[in-house]
Design a protein around this ligand. Structure first.
Ligand code: SOE
Length: 367
């Protein structure tokens, strides 16, 4: 691979740092990755963007995405959810590859417009569902796809965090429906829905329930309390197209659960269990065993294993972004395909929308 790609990144918060770290690691551990320049960091506050650009290794800053997206080969949209829509569409219209954070958009209509733009563009449009790139998750997928686990009967997904347990936790844009679309549902549930589709397949119907426990919160630094217009938590039961039964739960109000992204899948031939707080391990249970056995997924022939340390020298959360960037940029350089695409982002968005519709109507809905 020889082509060099320039990357423009909108956002320098948590996700900006995670992707910048991945871009810096790529040439060290994935020598066959395309050459990449961290060209421009986009943020409205010029001083803050400059400080971040220096720290994260970007050549320059722009305070308006309109001035920057045409000049790069790939555009990473890592801003708040409502900023995902117009810049991503404009970049795709200009033939620029786009990697957009999840959930794809605040609303289903917006997500559909983004998919329309992706379909009319020659550029690659990726949705940044990074948990598909955990080696243990890929190991589980190998087991499921090989048929060794048999037919899936049950799939349970939970994503638990604690940061809104305290009623005094400050208000942020993540609690505003116009900016975020939804709360735990879109922020955490979107990951679970994507993993469910990746591992088990499409969902046909769903019955959902949302709850907002604290109706208003005060922004950091004080001022008037602001309404919380999204959910703090949701749960759902689902019917997969393959006939499996699914349950989903996500919350920001589970004391002491920091980033508890878990799943358990039962097939007729065995079961798998994963917990992101033990990211290098996959628990596997065969019908004749007497309990789950833990597989340490760090061997050279495990997914992405040969790129890193000797077996047993574990990987963490940040490596998922390196793997994701590797696949996305390789596809961009080669003209290949990248999954998850905007179509996968839209499929997850349809599930978010279905949970909301079902909760509003208090009935099961088709997806
Ligand atoms: C915050 O809840 C958050 O950072 C999510 O936005 C991410 O997608 C998730 O991976 C970790 O938690």
């Amino acid at each position: 691979m020889t082509e060099s790609l320039s990357v423009g990144v909108l956002g320098y918060g948590f996700m900006g740092e995670a992707h910048a770290n991945a871009l810096a690691r790529l040439p060290m551990f994935f020598p066959d990755a395309p050459e990449v320049s961290r060209d421009v960091l986009i943020g409205r506050d010029e001083d803050a963007a400059r400080e971040a650009a220096e720290r994260l290794g970007f050549n320059r800053v722009a305070t308006d995405w309109r001035d920057a997206i045409d000049d790069v080969d790939a555009f990473y949209n890592l801003g708040p959810n409502h900023v995902h829509v117009e810049p991503s569409i404009a970049a795709l219209d200009a033939g620029v590859h786009v990697l957009c954070e999840k959930p794809l958009a605040p609303t289903l209509d917006d997500a559909e417009r983004m998919v329309d733009a992706a379909e009319s563009s020659d550029a690659i449009a990726g949705t940044a569902f990074n948990y598909r790139f955990v080696p243990a998750v890929r190991y589980a997928k190998r087991l499921l796809d090989s048929g060794e686990l048999g037919e899936v009967r049950h799939a349970r997904f939970r994503y638990l965090q604690d940061w809104l347990t305290d009623a005094d936790a400050p208000w942020t844009w993540r609690m505003d429906a116009d900016s975020a679309g939804s709360g735990a549902l879109g922020d955490l549930g979107a990951h679970s829905f994507d993993l469910a589709r990746f591992l088990v397949g499409d969902v046909d119907a769903i019955s959902g329930h949302r709850e907002t426990f604290v109706e208003e919160r005060t922004p950091e630094g004080g001022g008037d309390p602001r309404p919380v217009t999204v959910d703090d938590a949701f749960s759902a039961q689902a019917e997969f197209a393959c006939g499996a039964m699914g349950t989903f739960e996500a919350t920001r109000c589970a004391p002491a659960r920091k980033n508890g992204n878990t799943f358990e899948i039962d097939g007729t031939g065995g079961a798998v269990r994963f917990d992101l707080e033990r990211p290098n391990e996959l628990d596997v249970n065969w019908p004749d065993s007497r309990g789950f056995e833990t597989v340490l997924v760090t061997d050279d022939d495990d997914p992405y294993g040969e790129h890193w340390w000797p077996p047993g020298h574990v990987l963490g959360w940040e490596h998922t972004f390196v793997h994701e960037n590797y696949e996305f940029l390789s596809a961009a350089a080669d003209g290949g395909a990248f999954e998850p695409g905007f179509g996968d982002g839209l499929a997850a968005q349809r599930l978010l929308d279905a949970v909301a519709r079902s909760d509003d109507r208090r009935e099961w809905v088709s997806v």
